[in-house]
Ligand binder design. Structure first.
Ligand SMILES: Cc1ncc(COP(=O)(O)O)c(C=O)c1O
Length: 289
């Protein structure tokens, strides 16, 4: 184990190997919790305010109340301390924040109010997918089997896990999820496509996670006077896609050049995808907060 592998659990900084949570933790028993993943470039956290807001919304959405002065902003400060303690203030890293409803005797209903949420925060070295970013990746389409509150970033990721594994077994990077005849998003990414020259993505509603990269990209596109039409791409429109890409905190803008074993557009990353890839890279490098 790297001697600097320090994490934070419930108020203490400990080596990862010594970090402990109860087997009765509701995150373990029910997947009853929420999380965030932030990108860190040279020690600077990217889009912190958006992540803090989303964590707040996820906590509210599942009715977890933080205790003892805890807040998303405080978690970010703890994350910064972890970056220093783990020598991750240079290069690429990620910050992971997880909050569960705490540990108590198993019962579906919420625990008594004196049970404090479990807070786990860690940092890790990260390598961007530079090769796929150049060549483009492949995806498969897959039914979206998730629940009705995909806008909350919860630990309940089983449908995502199963779809991601199916994609992997079919040699693809990501699964494009289909619900009610439209593309919603990926297992860990949002999907954007170009149909008849217009850039489209699923609107923000309870069927997608409001991705922070999606949000940042929407602003960057507006700055470039690129119109983004938040109308979902239907299954019937998939063969008409001339460009397709996905976005995420660890995937950036990743071109998708093959879908279900067929080329998308020319089978090469499209022009608009490349432009947006460049502006996001610049934004990450400049450390926008
Ligand atoms: C289901 C889902 N959609 C989209 C995203 C992309 O969100 P972000 O850009 O905030 O990483 C994620 C990230 O984990 C995700 O899990």
């Amino acid at each position: 184990m790297d001697p600097k592998d320090i994490v934070y659990v419930n108020g203490t900084f400990v080596p990862r190997a010594d970090a402990r949570v109860s087997v009765e933790d509701r995150g373990f028993v029910f997947g009853d919790g929420v999380y965030e993943v932030l990108r860190v470039v040279n020690g600077r956290l990217f889009a912190t305010r958006f992540h803090n807001d989303r964590l707040e919304r996820s906590l509210d959405g599942v009715r977890i109340t933080l205790k003892g002065g805890d807040s998303p902003a405080r978690f970010v400060e703890i994350g910064k301390q972890l970056l220093r303690e783990n020598d991750l203030t240079r290069g690429e890293a990620t910050l992971y924040i997880q909050v569960t409803r705490g540990a108590t005797t198993r019962a579906h209903q919420f625990p008594p109010p004196d049970i404090a949420p479990t807070v786990y925060i860690s940092v890790a070295r990260f390598s961007p997918y530079t090769e796929f970013a150049q060549t483009g990746a492949s995806a498969i389409s897959h039914p979206d089997l998730r629940w009705g509150r995909c806008d909350l970033k919860t630990l309940n990721l089983l449908p995502n896990v199963l779809a991601a594994q199916t994609a992997k077994e079919r040699g693809a990077f990501e699964a494009m999820l289909i619900r009610d005849g439209v593309v919603t998003e990926g297992t860990r990414t949002n999907f954007f496509g170009v149909v008849k020259g217009s850039l489209r993505t699923h609107p923000r509603d309870s069927h997608i996670l409001p991705g922070i990269t999606r949000l940042v990209l929407r602003d960057l596109a507006r700055d470039l006077s690129i119109e983004l039409d938040e109308t979902p791409i239907s299954v019937a429109e998939i063969p008409k896609l001339t460009e397709l890409f996905l976005t995420g905190t660890t995937t950036d803008v990743m071109p998708v050049v093959r879908l279900d074993d067929k080329p998308v557009g020319t089978g090469k990353p499209g022009e608009l995808t490349r432009r947006l890839q460049r502006v996001l890279a610049e934004s990450l490098a400049s450390g926008s907060d």
